[in-house]
Design a protein around this ligand. Structure first.
Ligand code: GUN
Length: 279
């Protein structure tokens, strides 16, 4: 029988460290500030934003929210981003995704100054991730590494299989695991015979948005499973992995809820503090 990773405990420990860094900044008269731009009516996004706001308050970070009208033009959004880029009190800018479909997401993300790009989605930060130098790392992938690091695993030569190739999770986490010397396989919706690959995984990261896609016959004995999915099924939140069945076979698995979602918000806070420190 495997173990469900206590992600809440990992996050609580990290918060103590982070509070100390925030206090040091405050002694220098700096209050780290995050600007959140929200341009959608998505319920899941509202819940992410609420969680971000709560953790900002808890850690003593400042947060400002810009809720955009549905008829806003791309130019108006670009102007807002430009004014936030020039605002010396703002250290970090987050464009909550998804956004209204008439707006060009990539154009807006490119406009955010790489120094204030808290999600690490700007091509400069993504390029740094590719060459393995220090940049801003996307929050969910960074949080996944925090969880894996807490297990003290030796990454070198481990087979890491990532299911999902989004710019938010799949692609950057594949790159991070490659930078850690894993042998990485990235699977996606067009992969033939998914099970053939998932069964090889010492570390399996699943980020597809398909409830219970991964069943126990698809995983390797004694492996580590990171379930990024947050799906609402019959009023209940479930992951992309059939946790209870898979748990019988693997060594560790993250829970849903109170799993990767918690480290995503923690990583966001870490990025904001890092950006205020290096301002
Ligand atoms: N929507 C879902 N996850 C994320 C994230 O990590 N960052 C942003 N900006 N939007 C998201």
């Amino acid at each position: 029988m495997g173990e469900i990773i206590n992600v809440s405990k990992i996050v609580e420990c990290k918060k103590v460290e982070l509070k100390e860094r925030v206090n040091l900044l405050k002694q220098k008269g700096i209050i780290p500030k995050l600007a959140v731009i929200s341009a959608n009516h998505d319920e899941a996004s509202k819940s992410y934003i609420r969680n971000k706001r709560k953790m900002c308050e808890e850690l003593g970070l400042s947060q400002e929210e810009y809720v955009l009208r549905e008829d806003i033009t791309l130019n108006e959004v670009l102007k807002l981003v430009s004014s936030l880029n020039n605002d010396k009190s703002v250290h970090a800018i987050l464009l909550q995704l998804p956004i209204y479909s008439h707006l060009d997401e990539n154009k807006i993300l490119m406009e955010i100054s790489p120094k204030k790009d808290v999600d690490g989605f700007h091509p400069l930060n993504l390029g740094k991730l590719l060459i393995g130098t220090q940049g801003i790392i996307p929050c969910t992938p960074k949080g996944i590494i925090t969880i894996l690091d807490s297990l003290n695993i030796d990454y070198a030569g481990k087979v890491a299989v990532v299911v999902g190739r989004s710019k938010i999770v799949g692609k950057p986490v594949s790159q991070l695991l490659l930078n850690k010397d894993c042998t990485v396989i990235t699977c996606h919706s067009k992969t033939n015979d998914l099970k053939q690959y998932t069964k090889m995984a010492d570390i399996l990261v699943v980020a597809t948005g398909i409830p219970h896609l991964i069943t126990s016959d698809m995983v390797k004995e004694n492996s580590i499973i990171i379930d990024v999915g947050i799906n609402r099924v019959n009023g209940k939140i479930v992951g992309d992995v059939d946790t209870q069945e898979v748990l019988k076979k693997v060594k560790y698995i993250t829970p849903v809820p109170k799993g990767v979602g918690l480290t995503t918000v923690l990583s966001l806070m870490e990025n904001v503090v890092y950006m205020a420190e290096s301002f």
